[in-house]
Design a protein around this ligand. Structure first.
Ligand code: PEP
Length: 251
């Protein structure tokens, strides 16, 4: 049985301004700083990262970004590079379904981002997941396997990767996947990792994301291939997010 430290990561999306983000971070710090046995990450909007990183510096709560450019620098208006983030964040979410759907990001672009993040010494949290039509047609497993494989094209930093299986139909809907569905799909993700990098399969953390809350987190975390949660809505309230951290932690 692999011994993987669970991860609870909060994706704040385009919510909170600097002031309210700071309050949220302070609330999580107060409630969760002493919880051990779990990696705790908050991913605020870019403009709040520096301020929040300063407040969380020296704590057990890590900071992540929600996106990054795969380019190092130059004429890319509105983009943020890994070197700008380094020093403030330890993790970067890449390939979130909202970026794939709303910004047209392809798995090829996401693969480049994952490589850029790892090359900067940061950990990519790589998101993959099927939408409802794919699931209804019974193609969820092959779709996710293909999406994960193509989003990891030429990736080699296997000791620095977190994968998040996030079915699009469960994100922000209040309708989480059942723990059995989530287990089946995180197992598919692990199988893909085993194919690409056999030595990394047992150690890579694979998270579930999609309407995780304090009512369903325990059952999800109980599954053998689910190593934690990527959390949207429930990460915006310090007490609710801290309940998820407590459920994943060891004290
Ligand atoms: C997400 O956006 O990654 C997410 C999982 O959102 P929610 O928890 O709100 O479904």
């Amino acid at each position: 049985m692999a011994n993987r430290t669970p991860v609870v990561a909060g994706n704040w999306k385009m919510n909170t301004d600097v002031e309210s983000g700071l309050e949220l971070a302070k609330g999580i710090l107060k409630l969760s700083n002493s919880v051990s046995g779990v990696d705790k990450i908050v991913c605020p909007p870019f403009v709040s990262i520096a301020t929040i990183a300063q407040v969380l510096c020296g704590s057990t709560i890590q900071v992540g970004a929600q996106n990054v450019s795969s380019n190092a620098d130059g004429a890319f208006t509105g983009e943020v590079s890994t070197s700008m983030l380094r020093g403030f964040v330890s993790h970067v979410i890449v390939g979130h379904s909202e970026r794939r759907a709303l910004n047209g990001e392809t798995s090829e672009q996401i693969a480049s981002k994952a490589i850029a993040v790892a090359e900067a010494g940061l950990t990519p949290i790589l998101c993959i997941g099927e939408d409802l039509s794919v699931r209804k047609f019974g193609n969820a497993e092959s779709f996710v396997a293909e999406q994960l494989e193509s989003s990891l094209a030429e990736f080699s930093a296997w000791d620095s990767l977190i994968v998040a299986y996030e079915p699009v139909w469960a994100i922000g809907t209040g309708e989480a996947a059942t723990s059995d569905q989530a287990q089946d799909m995180t197992a598919v993700c692990r199988k893909v990792i085993r194919k690409l990098a056999p030595d990394a399969a047992n150690s890579t953390r694979v998270l579930y994301g999609g309407s995780v809350n304090s009512g369903n987190v325990a059952e999800l975390l109980d599954k053998p291939d689910i190593d934690g949660a990527l959390v949207g809505g429930a990460s915006l309230k310090a007490d609710e997010f801290s309940k998820l951290i407590a459920a994943a932690g060891s004290n």
